[in-house]
Design a protein around this ligand. Structure first.
Ligand code: C5P
Length: 213
């Protein structure tokens, strides 16, 4: 391996498949994995629970400082509404600074780490050995999210999910601080017409090349 503690940076819009891919790559290489979306979701969830407005930056900073990356409950935080709330919290620069510091510390864990999010290759770990940008059409992403919610036995409306996904893309891509965009040297993988298996083998061959050749 070229470097002792390599980082694999994975970015992309909501429901692009980046989370599944990141988890599988982490298992494959024996690396740690951080879904950085959970850090923004964790802050949003705490504000919602405390009945605080989502745009109270001082309060959001306090919550962010106390966030323990080891206790983020994916089951609770994966709710669709918390994702929406997280993208509102994520526009606040001081909140981002605090969370990005914690994410960078995580990225230094040995023997290596996979981080997925919106700004990993551009802001959090611009030095990452390999950067992937995972995307898919809004319609495909809405279909996947709709199916996931239904499989959990919860009510889901495709049209509403598609509207939310388009709105979230606009918020994530249009914000002033760390907007979602591919890093200059990122490999683009469009999963619209691709199985997760094909996306995984494509990613492994790119990562192998970057880390071992
Ligand atoms: O990926 P996930 O849907 O869990 O992310 C929730 C929200 O958190 C995103 O819509 C985005 O606004 C924000 N986020 C971010 N930067 C990251 C990860 C997530 O701004 N690195």
């Amino acid at each position: 391996m070229k470097k002792l503690t390599p980082t694999i940076a994975i970015d992309g819009p909501a429901a692009s498949g980046k989370g599944t891919l990141a988890r599988r790559l982490a298992v494959h290489y024996g690396f740690h994995h951080l879904d950085t979306g959970l850090t923004y979701r964790g802050v949003a969830h705490a504000l919602l629970e405390a009945n605080m407005p989502l745009d109270n930056e001082d309060m959001a900073c306090l919550v962010a400082e106390q966030l323990d990356l080891g206790t983020l409950n994916q089951e609770v935080l994966s709710a669709h509404d918390i994702g929406e709330a997280a993208s509102k919290v994520a526009v606040m620069s001081r909140v981002r600074e605090i969370l990005v510091d914690a994410q960078r510390e995580f990225a230094n864990k040995e023997p290596g780490a996979v981080l997925d999010g919106r700004d990993i290759g551009t802001v959090v770990c611009p030095q990452a050995e390999v950067k992937l940008y995972i995307t898919a059409s809004p319609e495909k992403r809405a279909q996947r999210r709709h199916r996931e919610v239904e499989q959990k036995g919860q009510a889901s409306e495709y049209d509403q999910i598609l509207t939310d996904i388009i709105k979230r893309d606009e918020r994530d891509m249009g914000r002033a601080d760390s907007p979602l965009k591919p890093a200059e040297n990122a490999y683009l993988i469009d999963t619209s017409e691709m199985s997760i298996e094909t996306a995984f083998t494509t990613a492994v061959s790119l990562v192998d090349k970057a880390l071992f050749e």
